[in-house]
Design a protein around this ligand. Structure first.
Ligand code: PGA
Length: 259
């Protein structure tokens, strides 16, 4: 079970440090009731990565970035590379988030290049896929997600595929307060597992962590996370409050403990 917070373009340096400290404190308070079986990660804005990694050095929380360029270095004004992320202690990098696709023109080919680059630099990509509302209404959701997964993984070898994390994030559920139902999410996660099994083998299909994202909150986390193939959450809005983020992690721990 992985619960990852996507802070998006929120928190300046001071606020990022405070949020990281509050998360670390909330975890420390739970010493008796450990967040068993749950891996935690936070993805702050680039400028706060180093500071947040520093604050969380002794806490069981990994740090990730929200995006990355596909080259090691070069004349790419405004971009950030995998080696740079590595140098500030990142373990994860979110790739292909729908906001990158929607507002910054990222397509599957670009996401694919970034996937290869992340894996080459020992960063764990959290590959985001998901359909829009019109696509769902038109009955195209499965095909859209299937193609996004297939194209993102072109050329990715089986050994690397075992490392990746996929986040199913229906675009219509992101930031709307209107999450997918557990059944909708479970169905799409099962489909992603099939795509992976087809592309690689059953072991990879069953082994790759598939997170759900899109208005995951403390009140719906338990129901979503208890679905057999929902292996965690990519949490936006609710990750900006330490108490809510940890409440979601506790829901995950409850399921892990019961398993
Ligand atoms: P949300 O965002 O939880 O605010 O819906 C999730 C995401 O975009 O990763």
């Amino acid at each position: 079970m992985l619960i990852a917070g996507n802070w998006k373009m929120h928190t300046d340096l001071t606020a990022a440090r405070t949020l990281a400290r509050n998360i670390a404190a909330a975890i420390a308070e739970r010493e008796g009731r450990k967040l068993a079986g749950v891996d935690l990660a936070v993805c702050p804005p680039f400028v706060s990565l180093d500071a947040v990694a520093d604050v969380l050095e002794d806490a069981p929380v990994a740090v990730g970035a929200q995006n990355m360029h596909f080259a090691d270095e070069g004349a790419y004004t405004g971009e950030v590379s995998a080696p740079m992320l590595h140098s500030v202690g990142c373990r994860y990098v979110i790739l292909g988030h729908s906001e990158r696709r929607q507002y910054f023109g990222e397509d599957d080919a670009l996401v694919n290049k970034k996937m290869q680059q992340a894996l080459d630099h020992n960063l764990i990509p959290i590959l985001c896929v998901g359909e829009t509302k019109p696509q769902r209404d038109a009955g195209e959701a499965e095909e859209v997600v299937r193609e996004q997964v297939r194209r993102a993984l072109q050329g990715v070898e089986v050994e690397d595929a075992a490392q990746i994390v996929i986040a199913y994030e229906p675009v219509w559920a992101i930031g709307t307060g209107d999450s997918a139902t557990p059944e909708q999410a479970q169905a799409m996660h099962a489909l992603i597992e099939d795509v992976l099994a087809d592309r690689y083998d059953a072991e990879i299909g069953a082994g790759v962590q598939i997170l759900y994202g899109g208005s995951m909150k403390p009140h719906n986390a338990l129901e979503l996370l208890s679905q057999p193939r929902i292996d965690g959450g990519l949490v936006g809005g609710a990750s900006l409050r330490a108490a809510d983020f940890i409440a979601i992690a506790e829901a995950g721990a409850q399921i892990e403990t019961a398993a």
